[in-house]
Design a protein around this ligand. Sequence first.
Ligand SMILES: *Cc1c(COP(=O)(O)O)cnc(C)c1O
Length: 395
Amino acid sequence: MDDGSTLPGASHLECTWTGETFESEALQGLSPVGKPLFARYDLAALRDRFTPESLEGRRPDLWRYEEVLPVRDRRYQVQLGEGWTPLVDAPRTAKRLGVRRLLVKNEGINPTGSFKDRGLALAVSRAWELGAEELALPSAGNAGSAASAYGAAAGLPVHVVVPQDTPAPILEEIRAFGSDLQLLDGLINDCGEVVKKGVEEKGWWPLSTLKEPYRVEGKKTMGYELFEQLGGRLPDAIVYPTGGGTGLIGMWKAFHEMEELGWIGSERPRMISVQSAGCAPMVRAWEEGAEEADLWENATTYASGLRVPGAVGDFLILRALRESGGGAVAVKDHVMAEWVAKLGADTGIFAAPEGGAVAAAVPPMMEQGIIDPDDEVVLFNTGSGLKYVGMTPVD
Ligand SMILES: *Cc1c(COP(=O)(O)O)cnc(C)c1O
């Protein structure tokens, strides 16, 4: 077993809006202008020793990338087997959709059944390392499970506030981890207000998406994994179900780091953002050519991970779509459900509605010329269908 030997960790934090830099060894939320902070690393110093070859034989979880993660002391790496999920070839779905090659990154097999485990593993580990004593977050559901699991593993209490119509399996899971669970008649934004109160009055440390710097660090490992699992290259297009956008923003960050490390050149996959027709603030902003997104009123969708009316990282999502030559598209709930069934029958993967959504997004993206028939496409199935049992499409 590893001792507590010291890892390089981050060199500093940087405001994604102003570029202003901040200390990385103290708990930090948003920057003073209310924008996300990114962890930065001394990549030039890592270039010679953190190479693709150096990863051979390392542990099959996201901690294999520990040199470009913020935790400094290995004793604070909270580990439940997160990450290093399979990239499954789906030739029958490729044929059905008319693309050369299609792969499914199956995030449903993470410890709590969604890719939220990646982000919360890092956020909880780092909050623990920096001295936080009580954690809290508003969640559409899966982040609440993940935060609760990692909080339990670290021995830290967690307060979770979720909409009252969150899928029952997720609620049971959160309770099983011993968290303080509050149900609210509202959406994730409203839940955020309750957490804010606890933060101000009781000193909870908040773990909201992109409002602390480290969830995105966990999510970025998906970008490193794609490179390794494709034998040292990136795909032509990545189709990603977007709520707060941490995964998309994280992968985009990973690609920049990989270029600085000398692993790749300036080439990038086209990034495609998929939302629900009942909650599509990013798609609307994309279609209007806007740089930020307005709040979506009356958000409804059974894909609870996509029921996010507004995202603090909106400008980062839209920038990645633009710089990559990608796109954005909204999918109706019942179409997601149809594709959950098609994907399941083709591959043996029981996808979350969000995974159905990304498959459903391929035909419109091909019509718009953003996905080409000759492309190698990666679909992100971000969660297990088991977490949504009993939920039905709202349209
Ligand atoms: C949270 C969630 C999403 C959205 O992820 P972001 O990175 O916040 O955009 C997609 N799918 C599932 C299953 C989720 O739980």
